[in-house]
Design a protein around this ligand. Structure first.
Ligand code: BGC
Length: 446
């Protein structure tokens, strides 16, 4: 089929602060939980850290120029909270200046800035005061957000309060593979709650600014879960896994409640929900202007009586990316239909989609990443199909603009449409970047 995109459909690219900026102690920035976590031996592949990363803090002009060459309409980046507030109540104008300059460069090139306020790099000073486990974190995050609204104001097209609360809470506080590396379900659910509450508080404050230009929402990573067989047990296992990954965040945001079935399961694992106060769920279900969706892959699960949540992952039949994630664009299609039916009609942006492959530079100038092109193309075709069905998807952001620090995998996984040589910091546009450039111009996939 031919896939077509409207003139005002936003084609973008995304990054996050700790993954690309480097300059971790420049101009008054203080450490975040990721600075500390990445230095604990054994946590990150090869002992990699974000200390230098893509050195974007110093090279942002060059990077924005590359964005201009590719012709992207919008650039999604995140702000490092500890650059702006290196300590409680201490505003750092030097750190702010970096983001102001970045935004100016983008605006100059007609690239719409899309700002994520939190992409997991919690300042250590917040962590030391209890972090997201302390309900006061909601207040501190809101103060930080208000300052950013004041400073960047109307130049920002889209504001995203949080990137993937699932990862910041469940992966960071229960599974322990993300910072701060805790393994406590009670904590993880409390953290998730405070993160959602902070989202709501920030949206409420944002409304007071009455910006003419600028909309606000949250980004959830969505992992559609499929049962390995049609057996009742596997179907139930898939539903529980969906509760753990997806419904736990969707329900409070759009249905004003946590899923009862999951609450019962968690209570059976000794979680108590006394951290939920009376009006919290009412607050969390505040109206958003849009919903951001990050989609990479689906999951296939089967019933497993021995695991605490009674499911276990199984390997699917589709080809996989370098992350070992199955490539299933159709699952994005099905999932958006489900979101529309069960949850919300507000505009959707695909705020991340992309793939890591084992890219190699040929003759120092070319990266033939045909598999990535195929991945992006197939997912974008699904997006176009969804829009033909009036699913109101307003934009798509490739993850990622640059190869970068892929969390616990360090620099071993390359997601960029721009190759980064970490020794020299040289950037090379991969063939996918040229393909994307042509698509943005033509707005047609044949
Ligand atoms: C995150 C990114 C990450 C990407 C690939 C998303 O979950 O927002 O920070 O690099 O997935 O794993």
């Amino acid at each position: 089929m031919t896939a077509k995109f409207k003139r005002d459909f936003l084609f973008g690219a995304a990054t996050s602060s700790y993954q690309i900026e480097g300059a971790v102690d420049a101009d008054g920035r203080t450490p975040s939980i990721w600075d500390i976590f990445s230095k604990i031996p054994g946590k990150i592949y090869n002992g990699d850290t974000g200390d230098i990363a893509c050195d974007h803090y110093n090279r942002y002009r060059e990077d924005v120029e590359l964005m201009g060459n590719i012709g992207i309409n919008a650039y999604r980046f995140s702000i490092s909270w500890s650059r702006i507030f290196p300590g409680k109540g201490v505003f750092n104008s030097k750190g702010m200046e970096f983001y102001k300059n970045l935004v100016n460069e983008l605006v100059k090139r007609n690239i719409k800035p899309v700002v994520t306020l939190y992409h997991w790099d919690l300042p250590m000073w917040v962590y030391n005061m209890g972090g997201w486990l302390n309900r006061d974190s909601v207040k501190w995050f809101t103060e930080y957000a208000i300052k950013i609204f004041e400073e960047l104001g109307e130049s920002v097209k889209l504001w995203i309060t949080h990137n993937e609360p699932l990862c910041a809470s469940i992966f960071g506080y229960y599974e322990g593979n993300h910072a701060p590396g805790h393994k406590n379900l009670q904590e993880a659910l409390k953290v998730a709650h405070h993160i959602l509450l902070s989202h709501a508080c920030v949206v409420k404050e944002f409304r007071k600014f009455n910006f003419k230009n600028g909309e606000i929402g949250i980004t959830l990573n969505q992992i559609p879960v499929y049962p390995a067989t049609k057996s009742e047990e596997d179907m139930e296992a898939a539903f529980i896994r969906d509760g753990y990954l997806n419904r736990w965040f969707l329900d409070p945001l759009f249905k004003n409640s946590y899923p009862e079935d999951m609450k019962k399961i968690y209570e059976g694992l000794n979680v108590n929900f006394d951290f939920i106060e009376d009006s919290d769920l009412q607050d969390i279900s505040i109206k958003n202007d849009f919903l951001g969706i990050n989609y990479y892959s689906r999951e296939l699960v089967k019933f497993s009586p021995d695991s605490p949540l009674r499911f276990k992952g199984v390997s699917g039949k589709f080809p996989k990316t370098e992350m070992g994630w199955e490539i299933v664009p159709e699952a994005l299609y099905d999932h958006i239909l489900r979101l529309r039916k069960e949850y919300t009609k507000i505009p959707i942006y695909i705020t991340e989609n992309g793939a890591a492959f084992n890219d190699r530079v040929l003759k120092k100038v070319e990266v033939r990443d045909e598999k990535r092109i195929d991945y992006l193309k197939r997912h974008l075709i699904e997006v176009a199909k969804l829009n033909q069905k009036r699913m109101d998807i307003r934009g798509y952001f490739v993850w990622s603009l640059l190869d970068n620090f892929e969390w616990q995998f360090g620099y071993s996984k390359r997601f960029g449409i721009i190759y980064v040589d970490y020794k020299t910091q040289e950037r090379i546009l991969k063939n996918s970047a040229f393909w994307y450039r042509d698509l943005i111009k033509s707005r047609v996939i044949k």
